[in-house]
Design a binder for this molecule. Structure first.
Ligand SMILES: NC(=O)C1=CN([C@@H]2O[C@H](COP(=O)(O)OP(=O)(O)OC[C@H]3O[C@@H](n4cnc5c(N)ncnc54)[C@H](O)[C@@H]3O)[C@@H](O)[C@H]2O)[C@@H](O)CC1
Ligand SMILES: [K+]
Length: 480
């Protein structure tokens, strides 16, 4: 599991550690890790052209000390000072001792354009707002140039705690972050500014409850249900799918396709698309009695392709088993009915649906995903999975938000969400708590999307077909 902590927590851990260490020790640890990452990226340090973008705080100090290390190994290092009177004095002296030079911001652009490596030390966890005007041309030149761009701790201009990007921000190829990941490194739009991310251990001791978590193969492998010798279909869980309409029968077929690969022992379908479902998946148990009388079901999925069938949504919400509400179901589920439920509820909106539920614009949700997912989870007292370029899952009681790292833009294809709802619903039926069902479901779904769309477009049914491969990949790597 990778974890991220808020700036406040990082600062507190830093204070505790600094009190025990000699002055400047933490910065030296950070700079050593940073210089090593830069050297690896450059291949050959001697003779390379390195430009440091240096702001007024310790983030610039890290860049200056790392620059000094590279200069001692023969790189030609120039520091572009954005706040010349306030650059970190110790770092500045070290760089000069090592043969590095400094220039004012106004002279920086041509140097950045000719650089092999640009180190972004404009601002780190102390930053507020987007880049200031004098830094914007330098960030743009870095993006344009052939230089590798390495962000120090965070790409400058992104909000560390929320992943929001207000105005211009640096776009890095690599971010070298210190002590712990910061939430912005997991959450778009900031995440895509960070490039790949490397964590340098500087000895911070962090509390047990992180702000954000990102599951990895080993975590998901532990969560995925495995049938025991004495399992029957009921012990493995039966998932009910109440989805599809005369107009959208495909949504039902796709939700069933995900559910069949999600670990439940059986899939029951109720709704008007039974013929289409059976034609494609004859192993489905279909019922024309509605959700209440459909037979034993341990978790329901309701909403994909449901059109305006509010009655079915209400019936499912009244059942005392875990329920996943998706797509049309989100619009048709009254908040008070969801809040009243005692069994877990999992809601799976994309940004547009989340925006409609919150009464805000889609851009607002996409720009501040963490706020949106938490707000919805609180309002509905439900677990909420917010789909998108970064899928986030928040539980109703606060606690760490889970960010999914396996997503791919190829998942943005019609019907892909229906597959996910079936898959996550199946995991609920198999007995996983809602937060785990949602985050393991998103993880496997994202991986399946990657397998299905290796350099080529894939349809939602291809994603469903790739779920067993993703599942095997997780289990083989995670459990051995
Ligand atoms: N917290 C830690 O444990 C450690 C922190 N270190 C480094 O120290 C950084 C934090 O240092 P600081 O607290 O000095 O803060 P920063 O260096 O991140 O930024 C603060 C300075 O930037 C200015 N500033 C704020 N927003 C700005 C913007 N949008 N554009 C331009 N300037 C802006 C502020 O006026 C202030 O002078 C970390 O990101 C990391 O790089 C490391 O040296 C090692 C340990
Ligand atoms: K930075």
């Amino acid at each position: 599991m990778r974890t991220a902590y808020s700036v406040e927590t990082v600062r507190a851990a830093e204070r505790t550690l600094m009190a025990r260490l000699p002055d400047g020790a933490l910065m030296q640890r950070a700079a050593a890790g940073l210089a090593a990452a830069c050297a690896q990226l450059l291949g050959r340090v001697y003779g390379s052209r390195v430009v440091l973008l240096v702001g007024s705080g310790d983030n610039g100090g890290d860049a200056l000390w790392a620059g000094a290390r590279l200069a001692r190994r023969g790189a030609a290092v120039t520091a572009v000072l954005l706040a010349p009177g306030r650059a970190h004095p110790g770092g500045l002296a070290a760089l000069r001792r090592a043969g590095g030079v400094t220039v004012p911001a106004a002279d920086g652009v041509p140097l950045v354009e000719r650089a092999d490596l640009v180190l972004d030390g404009i601002v780190g966890i102390g930053g507020t707002g987007g880049l200031r005007a004098e830094a914007v041309p330098l960030a743009e030149a870095a993006h344009r140039s052939r230089a590798a761009v390495v962000a120090v701790d965070l790409p400058s201009g992104v909000d560390a705690d929320t992943g929001q990007v207000r105005g211009a921000a640096v776009r890095a190829d690599l971010t070298v972050t210190f002590g712990t990941h910061k939430p912005a490194l997991f959450v778009d739009p900031a995440r895509e500014h960070a490039g790949s991310v490397r964590l340098v251990d500087i000895g911070l001791e962090l509390p047990a409850g992180p702000f954000l978590e990102a599951l990895q193969h080993a975590d998901v492998a532990r969560l995925l249900p495995v049938p025991a010798a004495e399992s029957d279909k009921y012990r493995r869980g039966v998932v009910g799918i109440a989805a599809g309409s005369a107009r959208y029968p495909g949504a039902a077929v796709l939700a069933v396709s995900g559910a069949l690969r999600g670990g439940a022992g059986a899939v029951r379908y109720v709704g008007p698309a039974a013929d289409a479902v059976i034609a494609r998946y004859p192993e489905t148990l279909v019922s024309d009695q509605g959700p209440k009388k459909a037979g034993r079901v341990q978790a329901w999925v309701v909403g994909p392709g449901a059109g305006d069938d509010a009655r079915t949504v209400a019936q499912v919400l009244a059942l005392d088993v875990p329920v996943l509400v998706d797509a049309d179901g989100l619009r048709l589920a009254p908040a008070r009915d969801v809040r009243r439920r005692t069994a877990p509820t999992l809601m799976t909106p994309h940004a547009g649906e989340a925006a409609a539920l919150l009464g805000v614009g889609r851009d607002e949700v996409e720009g501040a995903r963490l706020d949106a997912v938490r707000e919805l989870a609180g309002r509905y007292r439900a677990t909420v999975l917010l789909k998108g370029s970064t899928t986030l899952v928040a539980g109703p009681d606060g606690g760490p938000v889970r960010a999914n790292a396996t997503g791919t833009p190829w998942l943005a294809t019609a019907g892909s969400g229906d597959v996910l709802s079936g898959l996550a619903g199946s995991l609920l039926a198999a007995g996983l708590p809602a937060l785990d069902a949602a985050s393991a479901g998103a993880y496997v779904h994202g991986l399946a999307g990657r397998f299905a769309a290796r350099h080529a477009p894939a349809g939602a049914h291809d994603i469903a077909d790739a779920i067993p491969r993703a599942w095997r990949d997780v289990r083989e790597a995670g459990v051995g």
